[in-house]
Design a protein around this ligand. Sequence first.
Ligand code: PMT
Length: 411
Amino acid sequence: MNIVLGITGGIAAYKAPDLVRRLRERGAEVQIVMTASAEEFVTATALQAVSGRAIRSNLWDKEAEAAMSHIELARWADVVLVAPATAEVMARIVSGAAPDLLTTICLATEAPIALAPAMNHVMWSNPATQANKAVLEERGIHILGPATGSQACGETGAGRMLEPDTIAATVCGLSVGKGEGLLEGRTVVVTAGPTREPIDPVRYITNRSSGKMGYAIARAAAAQGANVVLISGPVNLPAPPGMQVRMVRTAQEMFDTTHDQIAAADIFIAAAAVVDYRPTSAKQQKIKKDNETASIELVRCPDILASVAALDAAPFTVGFAAETEKVEDYARSKLEKKKLDMIVANQVGDDRGFDRDDNAVSVLWKNGKQEFPTRAKADLARDLIELVAKHFYAARGADAQPKLTVISGND
Ligand code: PMT
């Protein structure tokens, strides 16, 4: 994969050499294009050494333009990644202004563009930046992150650039051309994140799911050309571009929304941490702290995965199993009991699985399994989707008609 990596003038530019290394580890060729302000934060020498290619920065560099013009660069790219992406470069891309080599390439390329924003949290939440983000996403530009946490300026909030490994894994999973995806024209429904089961107007039962695993799976399916419907519990993640996203809160809402969408699904992947038990009746008023102890009667939530697998025209159904012990035994019994096609088993507890950027899983099916050691969820998701696609076609036939034939405008 040929990647043009645009580096702009944010403090996170110091992470660029590590990002280049991660991209090249995944087999990508990386051509760096720096803006003038980027050179305040990282040297061209360091970047040339780590990328193995001459750095480009100046649109009027006659020698460099003669060797490979900005148009040839725009055509060479399978993906244009801008990391870090400042608020200012986001505004320039929205407006179509192209005063420098990087924004000229962004205007001239037909390849997917991905931006990894990095800025102070107040700049990120500024209405102008948020409006620019919305316009960019509407145009199909991938906004990767940002993360929330402590910032170089000493403040804390949303605006931290995602870690280089996560950016590299996500970008390398972007589909590099229409019509080439394993799941072209297929519909994939994915559930992600936790659910929230109200106790009273101010309290609820939930769990530690961040949605990262399910969102990575949805992105990976979209990168393989699928029409993706992501059904998400409450999470602190931006809606991934290029798919339908349905936000829900309770297990019942997730159940209802899944069944609204499932008829069109070729594949269903249940990565959500759906709460198993909810209060039999949520109180209308806040429960007062009158007694030393309190108890709540709980009732089972609807089992979304089992209900989908039980459908007459069930999609190819992939469940998850989050277990703290006997992981594969419990997962295999769920595979059989719920009559699933595949199940992704991951060990949780001791800070594993939930709310982190990596995971380790074993994928089980009737006559086999495949293990995936700990790696970035974006990487893992890409491999999971490839494995699911392989088994889907083996089960349904490679020429099986898609459930939902997408009639594009020019058909
Ligand atoms: O979201 P992250 O922070 O990235 O964390 C990822 C994860 C740990 C949540 C994910 O990898 C994972 O394991 N998801 C499944 C968690 C879960 O609820 O596992 P379970 O063994 O309790 O449920 C088994 C399966 O039934 C799951 O596919 C679940 O989506 C589904 N289920 C469970 C209960 C219910 N009422 N309806 C369901 O569909």
